[in-house]
Design a protein around this ligand. Structure first.
Ligand code: HEM
Length: 170
C-alpha cells in the first residue's frame, strides 16, 4: 500500500462506503466489497507475488504427451505458474500491482485460478485461503491510516466494537 496509495484509497473508499456505521468488515461483507474481494485486490495480491510460483512437483506414473513433447513415466513435472501470471497478453504491465485488471474480466479470473494448482490435486485449502485473505486485507485496510487516508475508517468519534473489545484503538 505504501507503493500504491491510489489502490489503497480505492479499496478504503469501498470499505468506507459499505461500513459507514463504524464496524469492522466481516466475511458476510465480501459480496459488497468487490474491489477488496475475490474479483480484484485479493487475486492481484496472489497474481503479483504467487505463494507457490512452481506449484508442487508431480510424478508421472504413466508416460504422457504434451503438445509435441513425450514425457516418460517417472518424470517430475513442475508447472511454471509464475510465467502464466506474467503473460503480457493477459496481464499487461504484469509487474504493476493493479487490482482493476480483474474488474469485468472473467477470462483473467479463470486464468489466475491456476495459483491453487490443477485437477484432482489442486489445493484443498482454497476456500479457507480466500476467506482468510479477504478478512485480513479488509480489516487491515479498515483500520490502517497513512497519508493516503489520514483517519481510520472506523473513526466516527468512537472505535469499532470489535477493535475496542480486543483492547486495541482506545
Ligand atoms: C493463498 C494460499 C494458498 C495457495 C496459493 C496454495 C497453493 C497451492 C498449490 C499451488 C498447491 C499444489 C496443487 C497442485 O499440485 O496442482 C497446493 C496444494 C495443497 N494445499 Fe494449498 N495453497 C494455499 C493455502 C492452503 C491452505 C490454507 C491449506 C490448508 C488449510 C492448503 C492445503 C493444501 C494441501 C493439503 C495441498 C496438497 C494437495 C494434494 O497434493 O492433494 N493450502 N496449494
Amino acid at each position: 500500500m505504501a507503493l500504491y496509495p491510489a489502490v489503497q484509497r480505492e479499496a478504503q473508499a469501498g470499505i468506507y462506503h459499505v461500513l459507514s456505521n463504524g464496524t469492522v468488515p466481516q466475511l458476510s461483507d465480501r459480496l459488497s466489497l468487490p474491489y477488496v474481494d475475490s474479483e480484484c485486490m485479493m487475486w492481484e495480491v496472489l497474481r503479483w507475488k504467487p505463494l507457490a510460483p512452481l506449484g508442487l512437483p508431480h510424478l508421472l506414473t504413466k508416460h504422457d504427451v504434451y503438445k509435441d513433447c513425450y514425457l516418460p513415466s517417472g518424470s517430475i513435472i513442475l508447472v511454471n505458474i509464475w510465467s502464466i501470471l506474467q503473460d503480457l497478453r493477459m496481464f499487461p504491465h504484469p509487474e504493476m500491482f493493479n487490482p482493476s485488471r480483474f474488474l469485468d474480466d472473467k477470462k483473467a479470473l479463470e486464468i489466475v485460478d491456476c495459483i491453487f494448482g490443477f485437477g484432482r490435486r489442486a489445493c484443498p485449502g482454497v476456500n479457507f485461503a480466500e476467506s482468510s485473505m479477504f478478512i485480513a486485507i479488509a480489516i487491515a485496510l479498515s483500520q490502517y491510516c497513512n497519508a493516503a487516508y489520514p483517519t481510520p475508517l472506523t473513526f466516527k468519534g468512537k472505535r469499532s466494537r470489535t477493535m475496542s473489545s480486543i483492547g486495541l484503538g482506545q
